[in-house]
Design a protein around this ligand. Structure first.
Ligand code: SF4
Length: 201
């Protein structure tokens, strides 16, 4: 199992396999990992294990950024993100990004998720909105939380005030990408279309 993996000049951190969604297009439905790395965790790594895994590769060559993006939703382990980000910023001049489904507040009730992320050194968030309305979101992402879509939109609206914010959507037939882009721009975020690689349509 890989806690740290890389694709091109980006270093990724796989800290959890948990997620409150069950997106039908999720890569976990079709593969054990990406780029030859097995991302199925037998258990979640402790913060010290994440840092140890990073220490082995972070100086190996130039990395454009370190990205929390595993086979699950990283904000399931908010404190791990915060500790590892603080460690990275203490010792390295490197951009830190969080790839998230935007449900951090639902998963961490009572926490000031975005402010805490910013203070820990996270520079950028990439939020998977993945739908142009709630009905579509519920159909394609199959969230556990009933109000997930509204909360993701709210998360994006707050994120743009604190961090560089990108909104993404996977290019699948159910989703009107132009409308998602409109929503992203109306909230003040940049939009990025993600290609759908896996055969389940
Ligand atoms: S939110 Fe991401 S990790 Fe979770 S099921 Fe959807 S694609 Fe997979």
């Amino acid at each position: 199992m890989s806690v740290v993996y890389w694709l091109g000049d980006r270093l990724y951190l796989n800290i959890t396999n948990r997620c409150p969604n069950r997106c039908y297009f999720c890569i976990r439905n079709f593969a054990d990992g990406v780029g030859g790395f097995n991302l199925r965790l037998k258990r979640e790594p402790a913060v010290s294990e994440v840092i140890k895994a990073l220490e082995e590769v972070v100086n190996r060559r130039f990395w454009a950024e370190v990205v929390f993006c595993g086979f699950g939703e990283p904000t399931e382990r908010l404190d791990c993100i915060l500790e590892v980000s603080r460690w990275l910023k203490r010792y390295f001049n490197i951009q830190v990004r969080l790839d998230t489904n935007g449900q951090g507040y639902l998963l961490n009730e009572g926490r000031e998720v975005l402010r805490e992320l910013k203070e820990a050194g996270v520079d950028k968030v990439s939020v998977s909105l993945n739908a142009h309305n709630e009905e579509t979101y519920n159909a394609v992402c199959r969230p556990t939380f009933k109000n997930a879509y509204k909360e993701v939109v709210r998360f994006i609206g707050e994120a743009v005030r604190l961090l560089e914010t990108e909104v993404t959507a996977v290019d699948i037939p159910q989703v009107d990408l132009a409308k998602v882009e409109e929503i992203a721009e109306s909230l003040g975020a940049v939009f990025r279309r993600r290609r759908y690689y896996f055969p389940a349509l």
